[in-house]
Design a protein around this ligand. Sequence first.
Ligand code: TNX
Length: 765
Amino acid sequence: MIAIFASCKTETKSNTDIIPKPQFIEPLSGQFEISSSTTIYAKSSEAIEAAHYLHHFLRDHTDLDLSIVNKKRSKDQIQIETTKSHRAAECYQLYVNDNLIQISAPYYAGLFYGVQSLRALLPAEIESFDQSSNQWVISGVKIDDAPRFQWRGMMLDCSRHFFPVSYIKKHLDRMSRLKMNVFHWHLIDDQGWRIEIKKYPKLTETSSWRADYESLPWGDRPTKDREDGRRYGGFYTQEQIQHIVRYAQERNITVVPEIEMPAHVTALFAAYPEFSCKGKRLNVPTGSLWPITDIYCAGKEETFQFIEDVLSEVMDLFPSKYIHIGGDEANKKEWEHCPDCQRRIKQEGLENVEALQSYFITRVEKFLNKYDRELIGWDEILEGGLAPNAAVMSWRGMQGGIKAAKMHHPVVMTPTQHCYFDYYQGARDLEPLAFGANLPIEKVYEFNPVPKELNATEANYILGVQANLWTEHVATTSHAEYMTFPRLAAMSEVAWTNQENRNWKDFQKRMHKEYLRYQKAGIHYAKSAFNVNFKTEYNEEKKVNTIILQSSSLTGDIYYTLDGTEPNMQSNRYSSPITVDKTTTVKAIQIKDGQPVSKTTETTVYVHIASDGVLTHNTIPSSKYPDKKRSLLNNCTMGTQTFTDGQWVGYEGTDMDVTINLGKVETISSLQSRHLYNPGSWIFLPASVSYEYSMDNKKYQSAGVVRNEFTKEKTPIYYDYPLILKSPIKARYIHITAKNIGACPDWHSGKGQPSWLFCDEIIVK
Ligand code: TNX
């Protein structure tokens, strides 16, 4: 009888799937149902504010309209309370049992995060806005939580493309659900000035608008007016900004504005050319601009007056401790020729233009410091000497951050390799056009912002981490969502959860619920992580290749074909590595509940004469893109267009020179080596590839030379250097030399610098 009674109550499966993972979480017995009779208790002003947030949230997402009361009761109540027992600024505790939900924290931030954890414990349906009734049941739990880092940021570039206030607010909501607390707002760049400055009205009349060439790819747009006068752009009014800053505050988010200087301000010179060195009026660029030579004149006093006027209005709008002043990618050529800048260099006893940048930034820092604000800038502000109190945002790897932390300056880590959400998140041919490299969700998750190089004291200077979404190729809000999710979930855990509490496998499991939340919330998220990836492994003993199929988000089963047909549920179901002894194309898909949850992906494994051979390097590949024990150059696997995919061997400025011992005498009818062209990453094709053969590895004969007939193109591409022999040859050794062009060509921005040469496979048939 008792047993029957006990099972009458609907049992919820205990749920601890919170992202970012709390530092301590323990499931307890019991469960609490939030219903219309539930009240919210709150007394202190912070608790009342958090209670209001929860009340509004539930009203918007459910049919619940709970009342906020100032009397505790022992049942059916959500109690939000400030306690002085904890010190950490953003910590909180959450406790759920049959009778009560208790959220306690010393400050508003923690109370707000307690509410967010409560939200994460509710069914995913809570994210939808259809207010349909549901059972809002939470299983018993105890959470004791606090963030690892105080800066958990995301940057959104609103210059290259403009995003409306409504989207910014959605973005802030979504950031705060993941306990991210800094919104770095990139308001100024070459292609558009986006903030209203009352003293300089031409900024928003002129600099916020460019000729509309949105129908053309970013890299192919002319910078001239259109005949029909159509313009693209927009800006945020000061009123809108105040509204957003307040909206963010309610979500424990600090808005850090970025006011770019001394470069990345071409749009400004469309309205106020007098603040540039040349003083020439420019058009607002409509697309890509490189190198960026338009620059504030560091000689004229008027420039600094303008910047101080702008920053004064900025400080009135944004209460943030830090003001971001950009500082990245300034080409200082104009400063070398500008008489005003040269005079400044002399007067101030500066060594060169790098020191002039340092003078520039230090002067701006002094101004900000006068108003109790701190300066933060991209890691280029280290060049020529760091301003005395500046914080550094390290984007070109971690080196800048390490250097600054060793000098005891605050650092935000945001290296491209882990934090650039403008990069691809899956195979290029299946993704919308993106910036250069590849950043799948695993790579975000893998990131540890505190490098080994720092001792404990220095590590304290790492304020935290940040994801950056540059929007050259991101024109719509739905595309911005696609680039942001699910990667922001991974970043939130990097930012929040202590390293020892993080685990990729466990995160993957918790992501299932997270994806469901995106669906319910109507977020256009990327499903790239569901696609099947391929890994080729060589079985040394059996001398065969095997292909492993895997997915970053495996919720269903993988089905595959080997005959070129499209895979479906009738195809082979993958259970263990596939053995291949001849050239084979595998096509694979992930299917769940009878529905495809991924796109079809494919790979070809090329089995050829040299794939069992032993390869020797006569020149040394770069340590950044080294070869592996089983050489990548004859492992039957081609690279993708992403040179960081682990299949490419790279040479910086040097030739590729390798010998392959085929093990026995073979009859050869063709030779081929494949290379990558990606000028944006300074990777060029070899000028020529020469093939030689030998019986004894001493006397070599030329089989032929293949020269590059390829002309300049913008997009990355692979390029084969095939040599089809008129009559077959017999050989035991092959010697291949690919000539590096040595230096980036004259038309390239890296002119004269060492050029990269990449190879993924040498095929001998
Ligand atoms: C470099 S990151 C930039 C941006 C571009 C981005 C594209 C940084 C400080 N500057 O202006 O949008 O690369 O990935």
